[in-house]
Design a protein around this ligand. Structure first.
Ligand SMILES: [Zn+2]
Length: 175
């Protein structure tokens, strides 16, 4: 194939490959130096437009790297847990010799076996919006606001998570 595919690092040194959730949760101002394989682009969809304008590159892993990832994942038992896109993410990191930014355990575990570095996604946004409720540890009464002790029985009041609202649907792969 063309040389830019084989040597994409000539233009700018790449820092890390991002998996789909890493792209969606990145708090970076700039995506310069970060890249994704085509599968992540398909999964992330419209959410990605901003990232592409902010410097994110789409690069193709080498077929040999795809094979190396499948072998490594088969040996760790992670292969059934990895999507085609996950394999691409690892393969691109293998091709470029750079780490993967991911919180996916199966990807991290395979990266270890493959000798590819990985970076946990440090700044994740909250996944759920939590409505906290106050609850009496004595009589079990639910209170609408915090108070040092239960107005009914005088026991300590504790804050517990009530309703959780998912903030963003996980991306669906295209058929
Ligand atoms: Zn009480």
């Amino acid at each position: 194939m063309s040389s830019w595919r084989r040597y994409p690092c000539c233009v700018m040194p790449m820092k890390a490959v991002l998996d789909t959730s890493a792209v969606l949760s990145m708090a970076h101002q700039s995506f310069d130096g970060y890249c994704i394989p085509p599968g992540v682009m398909a999964e992330a969809g419209r959410e990605l437009e901003y990232a592409l304008h902010a410097g994110l590159r789409v690069l193709h892993p080498e077929p040999e790297s795809m094979e190396a990832v499948r072998k490594a994942a088969a040996s760790t038992g992670d292969l059934p847990s990895l999507s085609h896109t996950d394999v691409e993410v690892l393969a691109l990191a293998h091709t470029l010799g750079i780490p993967v930014a991911t919180d996916d355990y199966a990807i991290q575990n395979t990266a270890e076996r493959l000798g590819v570095g990985y970076i946990p996604v440090a700044q994740k946004p909250i996944k759920d919006r939590i409505v906290w409720v106050y609850w009496c540890t004595g009589c079990g009464k639910t209170l609408s606001s915090h108070m040092p002790e239960c107005p009914v029985c005088g026991s300590p009041v504790r804050r517990v998570p009530g309703k959780k609202t998912r903030l963003r649907k996980p991306p669906q792969p295209r058929p």
